[in-house]
Design a protein around this ligand. Structure first.
Ligand code: HEC
Length: 121
């Protein structure tokens, strides 16, 4: 009898552990080792794809119409492409990681767009 109760409790604890799950933090996400060549950064097709994703997804928080203070305005002139790629892939504090949402190519396209003149003329 007691064993059954114990087994029941263990099951509940296990279910709760799986359900609430450990929060994934930045450093648990493996960021691919990529190199941003001029060719990738200036690829018009990549910039176009990146712009589409940006307007679809990122402007909720980063856009001019986003609730003030929700997310910082991006300052590409102060960034290296690799930094932007890392932030997008692994997320950062208030921002979720995008690794499971966008393919490698899509995340690289976002970087090409954010670093481009179309983003900040
Ligand atoms: C849910 C709101 C939200 C969405 C959606 C979002 N972000 Fe963010 N983002 C944030 C917040 C908040 C931060 C800043 C975290 C901090 O510094 O505390 C941030 C930080 C960043 C940074 C780093 C900026 C810096 O100066 O350190 C980059 C790059 C970035 N976001 C790109 C993107 C891209 C690209 C997308 C679309 C795929 C996106 N974000 C979507 C909320 C969001």
């Amino acid at each position: 009898m007691e064993i059954r109760i114990l087994a029941g409790l263990t099951a509940i604890v296990l279910v709760l552990a799986v359900w609430t799950g450990p929060a994934r933090s930045d450093d648990e996400i493996e960021v691919e080792d990529v190199t941003f060549t001029e060719e990738i950064l200036n690829d018009p097709e990549a910039i176009k794809v990146g712009a589409e994703i940006w307007h679809d997804q990122c402007t909720h928080c980063h856009g001019a119409k986003a609730y003030p203070g929700k997310a910082p305005k991006l300052r590409p002139r102060q960034y290296q492409p690799g930094f932007v790629f890392h932030r997008i892939t692994a997320g950062f504090k208030g921002m979720p990681p995008w690794k499971d949402v966008y393919t490698l190519e899509e995340r690289m396209a976002l970087v090409s767009y954010i670093m481009s003149k179309s983003f900040s003329p």
